[in-house]
Design a protein around this ligand. Structure first.
Ligand code: ZN
Length: 451
């Protein structure tokens, strides 16, 4: 096409062909999803192992990191699992930053992202357009259970450098919802503005972290609104884990369903909710293992351990036995929704476990024990001082002299550890959490450092 100075524009693909390409990729991805869902549960693993061999060959051939890492390492034989392959860790990703893990040239990358870098040097993530569309259709299927035309939905999670917000945003758009992409903590739309807009636009759904759902609830109450009467049916929570007890309290405050979506920066979504609100693993795109986080031995179904994943269809960034650092348990029973995929429950991060008297306590199990005691509020803080577990609880509804001993007893019964439990006032908790990047992990040190 000639332009004003008489030169010729670069040779680019014409827009209609791009649209055709999108439609073809989308149709293929939806067909893949349907084909996977039609499998019997017994056929899932053989199907995955065949994909794993292809993925291993792709990684070994095309990703510089795996070319070195897998040099001389035999691949699994037909029907054999990934157990003999080496792990890939977050440190490997840091060392491979930015492009060593890529198995395609940068020209084939549709999206590039990075981790926040809050726990060390950043890591990169990359996807091709096919990778992206595959993820999009899964998310779209999941959100289609909850939202449709006429529903306003706020996306109040970070858009910067990650894929999740854009993925959810696109999926909502595709199912016909009205998307309000507020992001979170930005200069343009701080949380106070998001709260005001919720009061004005009365969304059917909010995508945010559980802690943010509480903060928005507080702000709306302070502004004189009854959040439960604003029409929010669903809070889709991402980015942070939460105990069932805390989720039940948040659901009660909003009078809304709380449904999970789970993923990592490196992989995008790993579990998406079904019509019953349970999180199903993306087993059509990943092979999952649940391992003891200390000695990396496999754990039986239903036991909480570290989630380790191998991608099965990733073009841009194949990952083999990637240790997510997330503690999960996979339900051995099928979900009543009828999906062939297993369901998963998140128990927090391996690195967030508390070590008391030779025992490792999972943060969410501890949260569940503490917050399920009647009269505890929405927040608690935990920390280890010397050999002792210390807990701080808010007691908005019952006297602390009744609540604290019950918390002590509940924790002692559950974990065989006798904690020191004291009350903390809500204002101190709020000041501490406002100063935290990840307020779901409130600890004693955060309370002491509260401004
Ligand atoms: Zn289900």
């Amino acid at each position: 096409m000639a332009i004003l100075d008489g030169t010729t524009a670069p040779d680019r693909e014409a827009p209609p062909a791009r649209r055709d390409r999108y439609c073809a990729l989308r149709d293929a991805a939806l067909a893949e999803l349907d084909a996977f869902e039609a499998l019997d549960r017994a056929a899932v693993r053989p199907w995955q192992l065949a994909r794993l061999r292809e993925q291993l060959a792709h990684a070994r051939r095309n990703a510089p990191f795996y070319r070195h890492r897998l040099d001389g390492v035999p691949g699994p034989a037909a029907g054999e699992g990934p157990e003999r392959l080496p792990f890939t860790t977050k440190d490997d990703l840091r060392r491979g930053y930015p492009l060593e893990l890529l198995a395609v040239p940068l020209t084939a990358v549709a999206r590039y992202g990075e981790s926040t870098g809050t726990t060390g040097a950043p890591t990169s993530s990359a996807i091709t357009y096919r990778d992206w569309v595959r993820g999009n259709v899964s998310t779209e299927r999941s959100l289609g259970h909850r939202f449709g035309p006429g529903d306003v939905v706020f996306v109040a999670i970070p858009y910067e450098l990650s894929f999740a917000a854009y993925d959810l945003d696109r999926a909502l758009e595709t199912v016909g919802a009205t998307v309000v992409g507020t992001g979170i903590l930005s200069a343009v739309c701080p949380v106070e503005r998001t709260a005001r807009m919720i009061a004005t636009l009365r969304p059917a759904g909010i995508v945010c972290s559980p802690t943010r759902a509480l903060r928005l609830h507080d702000l709306l109450r302070e502004a004189g609104h009854d959040p439960a009467s604003l029409g929010v049916r669903t809070v889709l929570y991402v980015g942070e884990t939460c105990s069932p007890a805390k989720l039940a309290k948040i659901a009660g405050l909003w009078q809304a369903d709380l449904v999970p979506a789970y993923g990592t920066t490196e992989t995008n979504s790993l579990a998406l909710s079904c019509a019953r609100g349970r999180a199903h693993l993306t087993e059509d795109r990943h092979l999952f293992e649940v391992l003891d986080p200390v000695d990396a031995t496999p754990l039986p179904p239903g036991h909480a351990g570290e989630l380790v994943l191998s991608t099965l269809r990733a073009e841009a960034m194949p990952l083999l036995r990637y240790r997510t650092g997330d503690l999960v348990s996979v339900d051995p029973e099928p979900c009543p929704c009828g999906s062939v995929r297993a369901t998963v429950r998140h128990h927090g991060r391996v690195g967030d476990r508390l070590h008391v008297a030779g025992r490792a306590l999972d943060r969410l199990d501890l949260e569940e024990a503490v917050l399920s005691v009647p009269g505890t509020g929405l927040h608690y803080a935990a920390g280890v001082v010397g050999e002792d577990l210390h807990l701080r609880v808010t007691c908005p509804d019952r006297p602390a002299r009744l609540v604290c001993p019950e918390v002590t007893e509940r924790v002692r019964t559950r974990f065989d550890v006798t904690p020191v439990v004291r009350e903390v006032d809500r204002a101190t908790v709020a000041r501490a959490m406002d100063a935290m990047l990840k307020p779901g992990n409130l600890g004693l040190a955060d309370l002491e450092a509260a401004p």
